[in-house]
Design a protein around this ligand. Structure first.
Ligand code: S3P
Length: 432
C-alpha cells in the first residue's frame, strides 16, 4: 500500500540497467577469456540469464559486487542437462534463443505463467529461416528447439519494433558465415550493437533516408572478454522521477543513469509536460552515455505522445500514464500495440488501474488517453497481472493520491528492481 507522501528528497543510485546486464552476461559467455562486470543488476530476470549461460557451460562467479564470466568463445557453449527456465524474463529467453540457434544442441525453453503466454513466433520465424529447428507447432513456451552449426546469415526486415527480436537475430548471426542484417522500422534500444562493438565484433549501423535503421553484423565473429560497468537503469529511475514530480516540494538527484537516446523518451516527454529535469555531468561509460538526473516537483500539463517515440520509452508508459493523471489536461499516448504483449497486457492493465484509482482514462485502438485534473483520488486496489512495472507504477500513484492505493502483488518487483520499497522509503515515500 502506498499513501500520500509529503516530499520526496535525497540523492540516490538505482540498480544496474536490466537490458545492459543481460547482454553483458551473454556476450561474456560468448567471448574468449574473462569478462568482469560491475554494477550488474542483481534481480531475478538477470539471474535467469546468468543461470542459462551457466547451464550452457560458461562459468559465472560473483564476489563483492563484481561478476566474472569465463566465456567459451562464439560457438563454444554445450548442451544443458535440463530445460532452461527463464522465469518472467522475455529478454533473456528471446536473446538466448538466438544464441542456441548457432550451436549444435537441443534445448528446452520454459518460464513462468506470464512468459509462457508471450509471443515467441516473432523470434522463431527469423531464427528458423537461419536454420533453427522448432519441435512442434507451438509459438509459446514451453518449447524445444535444435540449433545448428550450419546457421545461415539473413537480411531481415523487423515487422515489429523490438530490440529483443533484433538482438536475437544478431546473436545468431555471430555464428553464421557472412553478414546478417536486421532492418528496423524505428530505432529500438541499441545496447547489443554497442556492446558487440565493445567486445570486438565487426558491425555496421546505417540510418537510412526513409527513417529505418539497418544493423549488420559479420559472422564467424571473435569476441574478446572485456571489463564492463553497468550504468543505472533509466526504467527504474523513472519511478523515482515520477514520484518526485507528483509529490509537492520534492527534489531528488539520481546518479549514474543510462542516458542512451534510444531509452530517454520518457524524460523527453516529461519535459514537454513542463517537468523540471536537469541532466548533469553527461559522460561515457563502456560505450554508453551516462548522467545524473535532478528532478523537482512542479505543475504539469497534458501532451500528445507520438507513436514514433514508443520504442524509446516502451517500458515507461504505465508510469507516464500515472504522471499524466496528475497533470492538467488530456494526455494522448499513441501507437502502443507492443504494450499488449509485455509481462502483462499493459495497455489494459494501466487503463484498469487508473480507473480503479478514480482517474478518467480509456483505450482507443492502440492509444491510451488519460484525462488529468491535477489531483488523483486514489483509494483503489490495483491488479498487477504478474507485472512488476504495473505494481511499481501504481504504488507511485499512491504517493501522490488523496487516498492510499494497494496493489495485489509486490513479489514481481524483484524481477527488475530489488530494493524498490526501501529506496523509495529512504527518499520519504510512505509505503507499507
Ligand atoms: C528489451 C526490449 C524491450 C523492453 C524490454 C527489454 C531489451 O522489449 O520492453 O523490457 O532488453 O531488449 P521489446 O524488444 O520486445 O520491445
Amino acid at each position: 500500500t502506498a499513501s500520500r507522501s509529503a516530499r520526496i528528497s535525497g540523492r540516490v543510485r538505482v540498480p544496474g540497467d536490466k537490458s545492459v546486464s543481460h547482454r553483458a552476461l551473454i556476450l561474456g559467455a560468448l567471448a574468449t577469456g574473462r569478462t568482469r562486470i560491475t554494477g550488474l543488476l542483481e534481480a531475478e530476470d538477470v539471474m535467469a540469464t546468468a543461470g542459462a549461460v551457466t547451464a550452457l557451460g560458461a562459468e559465472v562467479t560473483h564476489n563483492d559486487g563484481v561478476f566474472e564470466v569465463l566465456g567459451q568463445g562464439v560457438g563454444g557453449l554445450r548442451a544443458p542437462r535440463g530445460p532452461l527456465d527463464f522465469g518472467n524474463s522475455g529478454t533473456s529467453s528471446r536473446l538466448m534463443l538466438g544464441v542456441v540457434a548457432g550451436h549444435d544442441m537441443r534445448v528446452e525453453f520454459t518460464g513462468d505463467a506470464s512468459l509462457c503466454h508471450r509471443p515467441m513466433g516473432r523470434v522463431l520465424r527469423p531464427l528458423t529461416t537461419m536454420g533453427l529447428q522448432v519441435e512442434g507447432e507451438g509459438e509459446t513456451f514451453p518449447l524445444a528447439v535444435r540449433g545448428t552449426l550450419d546457421i545461415l546469415p539473413i537480411a531481415y526486415d523487423l515487422p515489429v519494433p523490438s530490440a529483443q527480436v533484433k538482438s536475437s537475430i544478431l546473436l545468431a548471426g555471430l555464428h553464421a558465415p557472412g553478414r546478417t542484417t536486421v532492418v528496423e522500422p524505428l530505432a529500438t534500444r541499441d545496447h547489443t550493437e554497442r556492446m558487440l562493438g565493445f567486445f570486438g565484433a565487426e558491425l555496421k549501423v546505417e540510418d537510412r533516408a526513409d527513417g529505418t535503421r539497418a544493423v549488420t553484423v559479420c559472422g564467424d565473429a571473435e569476441l574478446a572478454g572485456a571489463s564492463f560497468a553497468v550504468p543505472g537503469d533509466p526504467s527504474s529511475a523513472a519511478f523515482i522521477v515520477a514520484a518526485a514530480l507528483i509529490c509537492p516540494g520534492s527534489e531528488v538527484v539520481i546518479e549514474n543513469v543510462l542516458m542512451n537516446p534510444t531509452r530517454t523518451g520518457f524524460f523527453e516527454t516529461l519535459r514537454e509536460m513542463g517537468a523540471e529535469i536537469a541532466l548533469l555531468d553527461l559522460r561515457d561509460e563502456g560505450g554508453e552515455p551516462v548522467g545524473d538526473l535532478r528532478v523537482k516537483a512542479g505543475a504539469l500539463k497534458g501532451v500528445r505522445v507520438p507513436p514514433g517515440r514508443a520504442p524509446s520509452m516502451i517500458d515507461e508508459y504505465p508510469v507516464l500514464a500515472v504522471v499524466a493523471a496528475f497533470a492538467e489536461g488530456e494526455t494522448r499516448m499513441e501507437g502502443l500495440a507492443e504494450l499488449k504483449v509485455k509481462e502483462s497486457d499493459r495497455l489494459a492493465a494501466t487503463a484498469a488501474g487508473l480507473k480503479a484509482c478514480g482517474v478518467v482514462a480509456h483505450v482507443e485502438g492502440d492509444d491510451l488517453i488519460v484525462e488529468g485534473t491535477g489531483t488523483v483520488k486514489g483509494g483503489g486496489r490495483v491488479e498487477t497481472h504478474m507485472d512488476h512495472r504495473i505494481a511499481m507504477a501504481f504504488l507511485t500513484l499512491g504517493l501522490g493520491a488523496e487516498e492510499p492505493v494497494t496493489v495485489d502483488d509486490v513479489g514481481m518487483i524483484a524481477t527488475s528492481f530489488p530494493g524498490f520499497g526501501s529506496l523509495m522509503t529512504e527518499l520519504g515515500a510512505s509505503l507499507a
